[in-house]
Design a protein. Structure first.
Length: 199
């Protein structure tokens, strides 16, 4: 709820002034430091580096172009991918409080909607992949013929364009039917428990 209000306040500032500089509450000294161009550039580079590092390949990552240096930095084979994805998450999330323009992007309506249904999407996507997703992919590839890379890539693109609206719709239904009522029930139960303990 508080994050929702902060997003709304930030979007009002951006829409009113066209600038997101007042979106983050910072001291005057820190704000002046964060407004320096080289500091902002460094923060943007850190976010982009985190996005790149979050794509660490699932298998043979240290043999892939652009990721070979990671073998020297983390020599252990066990949990190598998890380690680098954790580092990437810190690199992405850490600078965001100091980048109001990035915050404003994450406060757009579509991003906030996907944030609301993200847990439902996480729960539903495996079921969707195993049922309608694989069925759509098989039919799209068979319609285009087994002609190699391009028919497979085109079949994947066609199947994905049909599958994404379905899985988002299923996630939205789950969010409305299960997630929202369970959250409201948990809030009600918390209010009941805290009111009894305070009396």
């Amino acid at each position: 709820m508080q994050a929702e209000r902060k997003c709304q306040r930030g979007m009002a500032i951006v829409s009113r002034t066209g600038d997101a500089s007042d979106f983050v509450s910072l001291s005057t000294t820190r704000r002046a430091f964060m407004q320096r161009k080289h500091v902002k550039l460094g923060l943007y580079i850190m976010v982009l580096g985190g996005v790149w590092l979050s794509g660490f390949p699932r298998s043979d990552g240290v043999k892939c172009f652009g990721y070979t240096f990671t073998k020297r930095m983390w020599p252990y084979n066990t949990y190598r991918r998890r380690f680098w994805i954790g580092v990437a998450a810190i690199m992405i999330v850490g600078p965001i409080p100091y980048l109001p323009s990035v915050q404003a992007f994450f406060c757009t309506g579509i991003i906030r909607y996907f944030g609301k249904i993200s847990f439902a999407l996480y729960l539903i996507h495996t079921l969707g992949n195993k049922t309608i997703g694989s069925w759509l992919l098989n039919h799209a590839v068979s319609m285009l013929g087994d002609g190699g890379y391009w028919s497979g890539a085109s079949g994947f693109a066609i199947a994905s364009s049909l599958y994404l609206p379905i899985i988002i719709w299923w996630s939205d239904m789950y969010w409305r039917a299960v997630d929202i009522p369970s959250t409201q029930f948990a809030k009600w139960l918390e209010d009941k428990c805290t009111s009894r303990s305070s009396s």
